[in-house]
Design a protein around this ligand. Structure first.
Ligand SMILES: NC(=O)c1ccc[n+]([C@@H]2O[C@H](COP(=O)([O-])OP(=O)(O)OC[C@H]3O[C@@H](n4cnc5c(N)ncnc54)[C@H](O)[C@@H]3O)[C@@H](O)[C@H]2O)c1
Length: 309
């Protein structure tokens, strides 16, 4: 099939790579030529890294022959699937949908990678039934999960089709049956972040130890065992007892914690400014590369043991 990815920023190239690795023809489009050049370079580097790490034995030059980069959105006209990954600005999204409406095949599936907006509700006239959300995780070429978000009008056959195609590309899609703020992953992460920030602000646990709790226990086990499997493993009677004691003690604040607001005020925004909760004297590129290498090791294990679970 042919897939068109609109927007070659942080997410677009990785999303394009997913479908290239699935054996499809992919058109990556952007309004900026330099974004396309950078995107194509990222895809090549990432594919080569995957091969060198033994993740796949794909023929990189052959795959890249299936990649077209263009500033001409009319390339979507013969696409079976269009993935929109333009900035999270409603006016930009609207402009793109107006154009897509002119070019796309009537039966094409159009999905948005939005992190926040209920776009099929905001634009009910745009491709009703065939337009919904497919939220890839960053970096999309590595993280297996994709959140598909539908509403009452979404065509269930198109959802089933996309889910199947993503699975064939090695992804683990899940379906969220109605729009909820933050979808699933960001809600679960926010719940954990709120508790971690609370314990840090109270001076009960250090930042370093809170992060060790995630990587050396919660994340370590969660890669192999889901939330509900974990409860079964613990024993539901024990869970009931523990939650009865812990739930009333958990943070339930509804405002953003002061620690984050203060850092934002000081311009300490994290990796991108060289300082957030921690400092990054060697710059973002090194940290990102180390992270990507670690995630690829994890992907190897995931593909070997968990993909078909
Ligand atoms: N960055 C993340 O970690 C992340 C994760 C999940 C979802 N998302 C979502 O994915 C979408 C894209 O995010 P991003 O971080 O990749 O954005 P980005 O700003 O990095 O990239 C967007 C790209 O779209 C291009 N663009 C702008 N107008 C265009 C148009 N009319 N036609 C074609 N291209 C156009 C820009 O030139 C830019 O290269 C957003 O909806 C965002 O919320 C982002």
């Amino acid at each position: 099939m042919k897939v068109a990815v609109v927007g070659s920023g942080v997410m677009g190239p990785g999303i394009a790579q997913v479908f290239l690795m699935g054996g499809h023809r992919v058109a990556l489009t952007d309004i900026k030529e330099e974004a396309l050049t950078a995107g194509a370079r990222e895809i090549k580097n990432s594919l080569e890294l995957m091969v060198s790490k033994g993740i796949s034995d794909l023929d990189v030059p052959a795959l890249l022959e299936n990649l077209e980069t263009t500033t001409d959105l009319a390339t979507v006209k013969d696409a079976d699937l269009v993935v929109e990954a333009v900035p999270e600005v409603i006016e930009i999204k609207k402009k793109v949908y107006d154009e897509l409406d002119r070019y796309c095949r009537p039966d094409a599936v159009v999905v948005s990678n939005t992190s926040a907006f209920p776009l099929p509700d905001i634009f009910p006239q745009f491709r009703p039934g065939n337009f919904f959300v497919a939220h890839f995780m960053n970096p999309p070429q590595i993280i297996p999960l994709v959140e598909i978000v539908k509403n009452d009008r979404t065509n269930p056959d198109k959802v089933a089709w996309l889910k199947g195609e993503l699975e064939k590309c090695g992804k683990k899609p899940i379906v969220i049956n109605q729009f909820i703020k933050g979808f699933l992953i960001n809600r679960m992460q926010a719940a954990m972040a709120r508790e971690a920030l609370y314990l840090y602000e109270k001076g009960i646990v250090s930042l370093e130890d809170l992060d060790t709790a995630t990587t050396a226990c919660i994340g370590f086990k969660s890669a192999w065992q889901g939330t509900f499997e974990t409860m079964d493993y613990i024993g539901l009677d024990t869970c009931a007892f523990a939650y009865n004691v812990i739930f009333p003690d958990l943070c339930s604040d509804t405002t953003v914690p002061g620690t984050i607001m203060q850092k934002v005020k000081e311009g300490k925004l994290g990796l991108k400014t060289g300082e957030g909760f921690f400092t990054y004297p060697d710059g973002a590129a090194d940290v990102s590369l180390e992270r990507q290498s670690g995630l690829l090791e994890q992907l190897k294990l995931f593909n070997a043991y968990l993909l078909k679970k």
